[in-house]
Design a protein around this ligand. Structure first.
Ligand code: GDP
Length: 529
């Protein structure tokens, strides 16, 4: 197969959802269809219950599994599918945001009874801002839920999307009979048998045909006819270009648990979802079919085995091919590195491979060279854009609880921050260190990992900040900036990359500061870490 065809057949995407909507179940069913796994239960949920550290520890113990499920790759028909795992728990939302920089499209899972939930709103907003193509899968149709039209309305309004259904349910919950596939013009009848296969699909060329009444009953058949008429009136025809540009989102209905509607979703997905997309760097737009390799680190995974302290850095290949033992330029460090054992990911395992293509993810063993956001090239000096760092929500001083282990503590904090677990700020005034996180759970995770991986102990102390704002003065030399720095001295810190940050204690204080020093811009988001 030619180099270009290899790239064109790749589909790299993420499944996003509010916890419990059915992300894990759907992912598993996609793998079953791809023949990548033989039985249900093979994909472990990476779910963490609210505040339950013990769950986290348990997951850490099973780290082998969670590394393997970070990327799930398989072949389906003539396509190579890469599913990137995204944690649903809100305390790990930043991890998900970063993973979204490496996907070419997403599938959004929504629970038919709960509708659009909080975490879905946040994640979809990020995808919308980046014009990532999205397909919506409305799940759990075997249960009583909201009316299909009401749900489509809710998706449009709460998520700010423009939708068009490509399938439509016949009944719901107890009366759920199946799904009319608008895309393929056929009906898939539902039975509780989870081993449903393709033979159960009935082609319906003409909706007016009496065969439909025989199939689902006269009343439901008439209702379906009316509903499909309404769909045709209200919603635009599917337009692939609009979908690819992020302007139109097709919707599917089904039940992941019952393996229902999943094949339809997958078959349509491989047809319409984009192959690897071009990505903007600080110097130019990089196309996937360029001959030279370029890629970036979007995730770093710690190795929990204390004997092998190395980490796995996940690289999204943006262009060209990544080859084993070939030297690549680590742009931030300005030096060339070679990798003798790059890992490619398959359904449940990882393997060393000689060559990977744009769209693929490779895992590189790393002893501390990589940070999230780093770019690798064949020599070109450029950096990929768009790995965001959001203001944390929680702030605490970190204190050393074992003076004999201060080196270990420093190293541990340094590496955990490179992994993107949390953000470190160093106060300008006295050099004290503050850890900022998205969720309170992270503090327990950090404490646990510092102790178990680095042999260091820490305690925390509250720091009364509300948000971290990155300071962007229009003119570093003007008097206004000098005064800002003088007056706010106690609240100024440097982040890990040396950027100045204002740790504001309230929304009010941010507003006041902004109106008093209008040339000193304050920003909640930092582009790179
Ligand atoms: P995640 O948190 O989004 O990964 O959700 P899971 O895939 O773990 O699913 C959450 C719960 O919903 C589990 O108990 C699943 O068995 C259940 N579930 C998933 N899909 C369906 C479905 O189609 N119908 C029903 N009734 N339950 C489902």
């Amino acid at each position: 197969m030619s180099f270009k065809d290899e790239i064109l057949r790749r589909r790299t995407f993420g499944v996003i959802a509010h916890p419990d909507a059915g992300k894990t179940t759907l992912t598993e069913k996609l793998l079953l269809f791809g023949g990548a796994i033989q039985e249900a239960g093979a994909v472990k949920s990476n779910k963490i219950k609210k505040g339950a550290t013990s769950d986290f520890m348990e997951i850490e113990r099973q780290r082998g599994i969670s590394v393997a499920t970070s990327v799930l790759a398989f072949n389906y028909k003539d396509k190579k599918i890469n599913i990137l795992d995204t944690p649903g728990h809100k305390d790990f939302a930043e991890d998900t945001f970063r993973t979204l920089t490496a996907v070419d499209s997403v599938i959004v899972v929504i629970d038919v009874a709960k509708g659009v939930e909080e975490q879905t709103e946040k994640l979809v907003e990020v995808c919308r801002m980046r014009n990532i193509p999205m397909i919506v899968f409305i799940n759990k149709l075997d249960r009583e839920g909201k009316d299909a039209f009401d749900l489509l309305d809710e998706v449009e309004q709460k998520l700010g999307l423009k939708v068009t259904p490509l399938s439509f349910p016949i009944g719901m919950g107890y009366d759920f009979q199946g799904i009319y596939n608008i895309w393929e013009k056929n009906i898939n009848l539902f039975s509780e048998d989870s081993r449903k296969n393709i033979e159960d699909v009935v082609t319906v060329d003409n909706l007016e045909d009496e065969a439909l009444d025989k199939l689902v009953g006269e009343k439901p058949a008439n209702k379906l006819r009316e509903e499909l008429e309404l769909v045709a009136e209200v919603y635009p025809d599917f337009d692939r270009e609009a979908y690819i540009n992020g302007d139109l989102q097709p919707v599917f209905f089904g039940s992941a648990l019952n393996n229902f509607g999943v094949r339809e979703l997958l078959d349509c997905f491989i047809e319409i979802a984009p192959s690897p997309r071009a990505k903007e760097s600080d110097t130019r737009l990089v196309q996937p079919d360029e001959n030279k390799f370029a890629g970036f680190v979007f995730k770093i995974h710690a190795n929990m085995d204390p004997k092998h302290r190395d980490r796995l850095a996940f690289i999204k290949i943006v262009s060209g091919t990544f080859e084993r033992n070939k030297p690549y330029m680590h742009v931030r460090l300005g030096k060339k590195l070679k990798f003798s054992s790059p890992n490619a990911f398959f359904a449940e395992k990882k393997e060393i491979v000689d060559i990977s293509y744009a769209g693929d993810i490779v895992g590189l063993h790393d002893t501390g060279n990589f940070k999230i956001g780093d770019t690798l090239t064949e020599g070109e000096l450029m950096n990929f854009k768009g790995i965001p760092s959001f203001s944390p929500e929680h702030f605490r001083y970190v204190n050393n609880a074992d003076p004999m282990k201060s080196k270990q503590l420093e190293k541990g904090i340094d590496q955990l921050m490179d992994e993107g677990v949390a953000q470190l700020f160093t106060l300008e005034l006295n050099g004290r260190k503050i850890i900022g996180t998205v969720g309170a759970l992270q503090y327990e995770v950090i404490q646990y990992r510092l102790e178990h991986e680095y042999g260091a102990k820490c305690t925390y102390e509250n720091f009364p900040a509300f948000k971290a704002c990155w300071v962007r003065p229009e003119d570093v030399k003007n008097e206004e900036f000098a005064e800002f720095k003088r007056v706010k001295q106690k609240f100024l810190a440097k982040d890990k990359s040396g950027q100045l940050v204002f740790l504001a204690d309230s929304e009010f204080s941010i507003q006041m500061t902004q109106s008093k020093y209008p040339t000193v811009k304050l920003d909640y988001v930092s582009e790179r870490i």
